[in-house]
Design a protein around this ligand. Structure first.
Ligand SMILES: Nc1nc2c(c(=O)[nH]1)N[C@H]1C(S)=C(S)[C@@H](COP(=O)(O)O)O[C@H]1N2
Ligand SMILES: [Mo]
Length: 240
């Protein structure tokens, strides 16, 4: 097999994909004349994988839920920086900016989200770095918010931008799944800064990196918005 510089996070996935691609194409990945061939083959395979996952996903299939006794204590933090560097957002001045295919783009205040019907869930959260926890989140179903702002529910993507520069996006079918919420509370109290205050996406049908924290803007669009880790090779659909 070619002598590649592999990102540790993707080692297994890339090795498997390369093996499959090499078998399919008979390509020599060592060929110095085509340094980006591997990335092009892998990104084509990854978007094919996204399509397959999207086709298999059903809005009416629920992620498993758990009893309160199963909740993991203490919770586990992760971000592309350490916990003390989490962004501090003033809940009083926080606004959710709205962009794209949305009828009412008036930025949302926290009190408006609090006034909408709330949903609570105890679900499992899986990070690709190799850990999983069970936690309780509550907040507004994203579908409720999207309907309230008169979003185009036939658009392909919902995108999120965060106070720390992180960004993510999900397919509309997953956005409308009833357990996909804009979470305001974690473990029975308002979200704290490291865990995504004042508002985070909690989507138990997708891997940890899709669960954007400290959201400051939301968009509805047909243009592929990608995501922070996806730009470094993670799979976009990110189902779990
Ligand atoms: N804004 C923001 N959201 C983010 C991240 C981040 O770095 N910044 N990291 C993601 C990753 S990789 C994981 S596993 C989860 C971790 O969420 P937790 O701290 O609640 O466990 O947040 C996701 N959302
Ligand atoms: Mo993660």
């Amino acid at each position: 097999m070619a002598n590649l510089t592999l990102n540790r996070r993707n080692l297994l996935g890339r090795a498997l994909a390369l093996g499959a691609a090499a078998t399919l194409t008979g390509c020599d990945f060592d060929d110095p004349a085509h340094p980006d061939l591997v990335d092009r083959v892998l990104s084509a395979m990854s978007s094919w994988n996204d399509d397959v996952q999207a086709a298999l996903f059903n809005r009416h299939t629920l992620a498993p839920t758990y009893p309160a006794s199963a909740i993991t204590h203490p919770p586990r933090f992760n971000a592309f920086y350490s916990m003390d560097q989490a962004p501090r957002v003033d809940p009083a001045t926080w606004r959710l900016a709205l962009t794209g295919r949305i009828g009412n783009k008036q930025p949302l205040k926290l009190a408006q989200l609090r006034a909408m019907p709330q949903e609570s869930q105890i679900t499992r959260f899986i990070c690709v770095e190799g850990w999983r926890v069970i936690g309780q989140w509550s907040g507004v179903p994203l579908s409720t918010v999207l309907r309230a702002i008169n979003a185009d529910l036939n658009a392909r993507y919902v995108s999120f931008h965060c106070a720390d520069g992180y960004f993510e996006s999900i397919d509309m079918e997953s956005a409308l799944q009833p357990q996909t919420i804009l979470a305001l509370d974690f473990l029975g109290a308002p979200l704290t800064a490291p865990f995504g205050a004042p508002v985070r996406l909690r989507i138990p049908t997708k891997l940890g990196y899709k669960n954007a924290k400290s959201i400051v803007a939301m968009g509805v669009t047909n243009q592929f918005p990608s995501g922070y880790w996806e730009k470094q090779g993670y799979n976009w659909f990110g189902g779990s």
